[in-house]
Design a protein around this ligand. Structure first.
Ligand code: NDP
Length: 259
């Protein structure tokens, strides 16, 4: 049929304007770089001004121009300010990647109220607030794509470490993804999630010997991923190639959840 992009051009983000939360390191950094490499102009948010500047510098030496915005997404005013600044810097918004997240490892009986709040305020409430604030810009643009970073922890219970609040928060991210996908399809806004397995970042101590048995040897591929291996899937979900994909939770885990 004519009128549809064909081949690799279906994955192009040329002319698109993207916001990534938690983009100064780890997965969010890889997403920022991959979106830019695919043609988008990108702004990212993180709390640390110095970490943001350092990331902008590293991206620049890789040939990518990105805007770093300092904001704490657990603070409502910061959310609105960050989203508006991103839309202003980029001249609008078409893509949002809700990536910033936090995790604590400890048994449920030791988890503090503060940890519960920190996890839910960032992993769930900030996804909600950023989606609402950015959703207005996406509607103005005539549509767009939101990708939320969920986790296999929203599907299974990780071992050996206990992390009940985190697991519950990621299940909430998956269901929020489906709920917004249903509500916002009439506005031409697609909302999907990716659910990564173990990825080497500051959050996930994948090289610790005591975790190897259950984190690595339990997975069919017998390894963890690097952030760059998750990024192309985020590009895909943001691109015209995924025009009929919404409300999906795409698992990228080297087969971890097949058992
Ligand atoms: P990192 O801890 O490496 O990075 C977290 C990012 O979020 C940083 O850029 C950090 O910057 C930012 N951030 C943290 N708190 C806030 C806040 N309150 N406001 C704004 N930005 C904030 O984590 P990962 O890259 O590993 O994780 C990224 C996402 O992927 C998370 O949602 C995580 O749950 C998910 N995930 C990770 C997996 C893994 O194995 N690594 C597996 C499955 C899912 P700063 O500190 O400067 O604010």
């Amino acid at each position: 049929m004519s009128g549809y992009p064909r081949g690799l051009s279906a994955f192009s983000l040329e002319g698109k304007k993207a916001l990534v939360t938690g983009g100064n390191r780890g997965l969010g950094y890889a997403f920022t770089q991959a979106l830019a490499d695919s043609g988008a102009t990108v702004a990212f948010v993180g709390r640390g001004g110095e970490a943001n500047e350092a990331a902008v510098g590293r991206l620049a030496s890789a040939g990518v121009r990105a805007y770093g915005i300092s904001a704490d997404l657990t603070v409502d005013d910061d959310v609105d300010r960050a989203v508006d600044r991103a839309a202003e810097a980029l001249g609008g918004l078409d893509i949002v990647v809700n990536n910033a997240g936090v995790c604590f490892h400890n048994p449920a009986t030791d988890a503090t109220d503060e940890q519960w709040h920190e996890v839910f305020d960032l992993n769930v409430r900030a996804v909600w607030k950023v989606s609402l604030a950015a959703g207005r810009h996406l509607r103005e643009a005539g549509g767009g794509a939101i990708v939320n970073i969920g986790s296999i922890s929203g599907l299974i219970v990780n071992r050996p470490q206990a992390q009940a609040p985190y697991n519950a928060s990621k299940a909430a991210v998956h269901q929020l993804t489906k709920s917004l996908a249903a509500e916002w399809a009439p506005y031409n806004i697609r909302v999907n999630a990716v659910a990564p397995g173990y990825v080497k970042t500051e959050m996930a101590p994948v090289d610790r010997p005591e975790l190897r048995r259950m984190w690595i040897e339990d997975a069919p591929q017998q390894r963890y991923a690097m952030p760059e291996e998750i990024a192309p899937t985020v590009v895909y979900l943001c691109s015209p190639a995924a025009a009929f994909v919404t409300g999906s939770v795409l698992v990228i885990d080297g087969g971890y959840t097949v058992y």
